[in-house]
Write a protein that binds this ligand. Sequence first.
Ligand SMILES: NC(=O)c1ccc[n+]([C@@H]2O[C@H](COP(=O)([O-])OP(=O)(O)OC[C@H]3O[C@@H](n4cnc5c(N)ncnc54)[C@H](OP(=O)(O)O)[C@@H]3O)[C@@H](O)[C@H]2O)c1
Length: 275
Amino acid sequence: MTAPLPLQERTAIVTGASSGIGRAIAQQLGEAGAHVFLAGRTASSMEESKKTIEEAGGQASVVVADVRDVAQVRGLVDSAVSDTGRLDIMVNNAGLSYPASIIDGDPEQWRCMLETNVLALLVGCQAAVKAMRACGAEGQIVNISSVAAQRSNSGVYGSTKHAVNSISSTLRDELEEDTIRVTNVMPGAIATNFARNFDQEFVDTIVKMAGMDVEVKKGERLPPEVLDTLATKMNQLLGDPNDIAKAVLYAVTQPIHVNIADIVVRPPRSMTLPH
Ligand SMILES: NC(=O)c1ccc[n+]([C@@H]2O[C@H](COP(=O)([O-])OP(=O)(O)OC[C@H]3O[C@@H](n4cnc5c(N)ncnc54)[C@H](OP(=O)(O)O)[C@@H]3O)[C@@H](O)[C@H]2O)c1
């Protein structure tokens, strides 16, 4: 007889599951037995991950959603609960950076970072707590912050991640009497599509570091083979998204009286990304 998987009969939501860290988390939670709701804007890559999870014997659903819209975040939680009757794990991962100085930055890009990295995460936390309480879950909320929150001068992006750290600590206090734990994860530089909005020069350097002759325009996703090559060849400087996913899996599989509060996962050498 095979042992049950650690997350069998649990329901998990991962925002920003169409790329990078969120995609790796969704796949690992699915392979550990959870029914995973993958949420993001790009359906095709989430459908591919759903197939990978199902081939490994798991269950997955794809929800195309823009987390900047409060109603869509609430709707995402409602659809997971109405399909499976419960919510056990909420990973608030969707996020992005538009590096620029405060003096020259574009307020619309600041709005986008604040709405995606902070507002959507707050709404996700609130909706998840309500759903977890309603079904009596031993719940786990995971917020993806950044090592940028460990520096005081990490720009507007960094300030959104300082906010994430503060939100995670505050929510953890609010939930002391509940069976819901809060984990705050601070990744270092990881090989994902995170650099897509960085300057063209930075994007070109990244592609060159992978030793590949492909043209990637600012705003576009990097080809998967470039990301895989970077995570392997440059592993002293750039982490693999699966390493973050392993840390998340560790946190959400602890008994409910154990709260893995903060986790920093980074490659051995530090690289300060533009902010
Ligand atoms: N990579 C790093 O070096 C690093 C370091 C520290 C922290 N982080 C954090 O890790 C998290 C994941 O980033 P990543 O590195 O995996 O970058 P990524 O590969 O660019 O993935 C970002 C994900 O967020 C989604 N997203 C962005 N805006 C959204 C919106 N309005 N609605 C729905 N989904 C949205 C993207 O979806 P679409 O592609 O479908 O738009 C994508 O799935 C972010 O919170 C980031 O701040 C990353």
